[in-house]
Design a protein around this ligand. Structure first.
Ligand code: NAD
Length: 297
C-alpha cells in the first residue's frame, strides 16, 4: 500500500482518486472545492490543508488540474511542491496543459532530485470512473517505471511517449486531429442530407469506406447510427466543446512555438470559438454539427 497525495478532485480527478483508494492505497486529497474532498473522505480517503506537510510522508503526488497556469503555481509557486518535496518523491501530472509548462516543471523537479512524468489522459469521465483511461506519458524511463504501477490502476492503456512534455505533445496532437475529424464528419453528414441521402445509409457506406474515422464510428454527430453517441442525448457531454476548444488552443500555441503549419487546426479552433461566443460551449463537441446547420443561436 502506498501513500498517495491527489491534487484536483474534479470531474476526472475524483474518480481517479477513488480507484486508487479501491485498489488499497491510502489517498489524501486536496482541492479548493471542499465538497469534492468530502466525497473522497466519505469513501475512506483523507484530506489535507497543508500539502507541503503531507508530501513529507507520501510516496507519490498526482495532480489533475484545469490549466498550465495552475499546474505551474502548484508545483513552482512560492509554496510550491517542488521547493518543499523530499528527495526522490514521484510526481505525476495528468492535467492537459501546454508542452512548455510541462517541460519547465519537469526541469525544475529533476534538478531537485525528484521523479516526474507528464501523463495526460484520453477517455473522459467514463474512462476515469471505469479505470480504463489511456495515459500518454512523458518523462525519464526511471520515472515512468515508478509511475506505471499507479497509472495501471487508473487506466487501461499506458503508453510511453518519450522525454518530459511528450505526453502533452501526444495529447494535443491527438485532440487537434479529433477536432478536425469531428468537423469533417459533421460537414459530410450535412452535405449528404442536403443531397437527399439518408443519414443511416451514408453511415453504412462511409463507415466501411475510406471516410471511416472514430468521430463517425464511435461518436457519430447525427442521432441514430451510433446509439451511445451524445447526438442521441441532445448533445449532452461527453466531451464538452469548451474542453475541445482548450485543447485546440493548446495545439495552436504549440504550432506557433514550433512554426508548424496547421491550417485545419487553426480553422477548427475558430469554429469551436464560434460555439463559445454563442454561449453553447457546454454542449458536447459533436454538437458542432448544429453550428454548421445554423441551429445554435
Ligand atoms: P474540473 O474543473 O472538473 O476539475 C478541476 C479541479 O481542480 C476542480 O475541482 C478545482 O476546484 C480544482 N482546482 C483548481 N485549482 C486548484 C488548486 N490550485 N489546488 C487544488 N485544486 C484546484 O476539470 P476536469 O474535467 O476534472 O479536468 C481536469 C484536467 O483533465 C484538465 O486539464 C482537462 O483538460 C483534463 N481532461 C478532462 C477530460 C474530461 O472529459 N473532463 C478528459 C481528458 C482530460
Amino acid at each position: 500500500m502506498a501513500e498517495v497525495t491527489f491534487i484536483g478532485l474534479g470531474n476526472m480527478g475524483l474518480p481517479m482518486a477513488l480507484n486508487l483508494l479501491k485498489a488499497g492505497h491510502s489517498v489524501t486529497g486536496f482541492d479548493l472545492a471542499k465538497d469534492q474532498v468530502k466525497i473522497l473522505v466519505d469513501a475512506g480517503g483523507k484530506s489535507t490543508e497543508d500539502i507541503n506537510y503531507t508530501i513529507q510522508t507520501t510516496d507519490v503526488v498526482i495532480s489533475m488540474l484545469p490549466s498550465g497556469k495552475i499546474v505551474k503555481s502548484v508545483y513552482l509557486g512560492d509554496q510550491g511542491i517542488i521547493e518543499n518535496a523530499p528527495d526522490n518523491l514521484l510526481l505525476i501530472d495528468s492535467s492537459t496543459i501546454d508542452v512548455e509548462t510541462a517541460r519547465d516543471v519537469a526541469k525544475n523537479a529533476i534538478s531537485k532530485n525528484l521523479h516526474i512524468v507528464d501523463a495526460p489522459v484520453s477517455g473522459g469521465v467514463g474512462g476515469a470512473q471505469a479505470g480504463t483511461l489511456t495515459f500518454m506519458v512523458g518523462g525519464e524511463n526511471s520515472a515512468f517505471d515508478r509511475a506505471k504501477e499507479f497509472l495501471d490502476i487508473m487506466g487501461g492503456n499506458i503508453i510511453y511517449a518519450g522525454l518530459s512534455g511528450n505526453g502533452q505533445a501526444a495529447k494535443i496532437c491527438n485532440n487537434m486531429l479529433l477536432g478536425i475529424s469531428m468537423i469533417g464528419t459533421a460537414e459530410a453528414f450535412n452535405l449528404a442530407e442536403n443531397l437527399g441521402l439518408n443519414a443511416q445509409t451514408f453511415f453504412d457506406i462511409s463507415s466501411t469506406a475510406s471516410g471511416q474515422c472514430w468521430s463517425m464510428t464511435s461518436y457519430c454527430p447525427v442521432p441514430g447510427p451510433v446509439p451511445s453517441s451524445p447526438a442521441n442525448n441532445n448533445y449532452e457531454p461527453g466531451f464538452a466543446s469548451a474542453l475541445m476548444l482548450k485543447d485546440l488552443r493548446l495545439s495552436q500555441e504549440a504550432a506557433r512555438m514550433t512554426s508548424s503549419s496547421t491550417p485545419l487546426g487553426a480553422n477548427a479552433t475558430s469554429i469551436y470559438e464560434e460555439i463559445e461566443k454563442l454561449g453553447h460551449d457546454g454542449i458536447d463537441f459533436s454538437g458542432v454539427i448544429k453550428l454548421l446547420q445554423n441551429k445554435l443561436k
